[in-house]
Ligand binder design. Structure first.
Ligand code: NDP
Length: 256
């Protein structure tokens, strides 16, 4: 059983790992045995998570990387740096994301592009950079993208069309990559969280949170740690016949 879910000796890059879901999952990946690189545009935060991990698991390799996923060249440079530092790469938790709340008729092109560039284009740049290295080195690597339940339903009461549509694109991109790269033994899956307590969801108005807590059958928000098992599953030998999947983890919200 242990070997089924073990990530021993794996070399996994986590984007958006300075806080929130990325940080919590990075700790669990390390507990499962992985060496982990933390990529974030908040370089100090990324380094501090890597330092915390090193204190906890001194025999393993951890590093922080400052990088904005919307910068194609920087992404490719950073993935090269990761490969040098870890002597390879075999996993990616592609998780950096952002959100704005604004009525669709008032969203400016800059605001629209900011969300789409991080959540969709940036996520693609990182997946492509890592996928290319998997292919070049014949590595049967695993990629787990962070989508959202907002990619399959439309949330109320907050207006967030740019976010919803970017996350729907992430889910379909996951399936496209999974099919194109199946021939190389690369697996690509997606987690779609519901309302999770992080700095990002902390931006919500208190009356929206009240509405969500009524609407979610579990009547609570999820914790970042409650997503980690799914990521470990998709990264591990437990899921060798699973690719192109989107696992919704939402306290039953989208079942209603
Ligand atoms: P947080 O904002 O708490 O953490 C996201 C991290 O990603 C931050 O450190 C952020 O840096 C970083 N980041 C943002 N943009 C970029 C970029 N362009 N390049 C590199 N790093 C970047 O968010 P969560 O942990 O809540 O969210 C993580 C993922 O989960 C996102 O994709 C989000 O959409 C998704 N998700 C979250 C849900 C929730 O309820 N929290 C629900 C469903 C999905 P900075 O602080 O500087 O912005």
């Amino acid at each position: 059983m242990e070997s089924l879910f073990s990530l021993a000796n794996r070399k996994i890059l986590v984007t958006g790992g300075a806080q929130g879901i990325g940080k919590a999952v990075a700790f669990r990946l390390a507990e499962a045995g992985a060496n982990v690189g933390i990529l974030d545009r908040n370089g100090e935060g990324a380094q501090s998570v890597a330092d915390e991990l090193k204190l906890r698991f001194p025999s393993r390799n951890f590093a922080g990387f400052v990088c904005d996923v919307t910068d194609y060249e920087a992404v490719n440079r950073t993935v090269d740096d990761f490969v040098r530092c870890f002597d390879g790469i075999d996993g990616l938790f592609n998780n950096a994301g952002t959100c704005i709340h604004k009525e669709v008729e008032n969203v400016t092109p800059e605001e629209w592009l900011r969300v789409v560039n991080v959540n969709y284009n940036g996520l693609f740049y990182v997946a492509q950079a890592v996928g290319k290295r998997f292919i070049a080195t014949k590595t049967k690597g695993t990629i787990v993208n962070t989508g959202s339940m907002s990619g399959v339903i439309i949330n109320l009461p907050q207006p967030q069309t740019s976010y919803n549509s970017s996350k729907a694109a992430v889910i379909h991109l996951t399936k496209s990559l999974a099919v194109e790269w199946a021939q190389y033994g690369i697996r690509v899956n997606c987690i779609s969280p519901g309302y999770i307590k992080t700095e990002l969801s902390g931006m919500a108005k208190p009356e929206w949170i009240e509405y969500w807590l009524q609407a979610v059958p579990f009547h609570r928000m999820g914790l970042p740690d409650e997503l980690a098992g799914a990521v470990i599953y998709f990264m591990s030998e437990a899921s060798t016949y699973t690719s192109g999947a989107n696992l919704i983890i939402d306290g039953c919200f989208t079942s209603t």
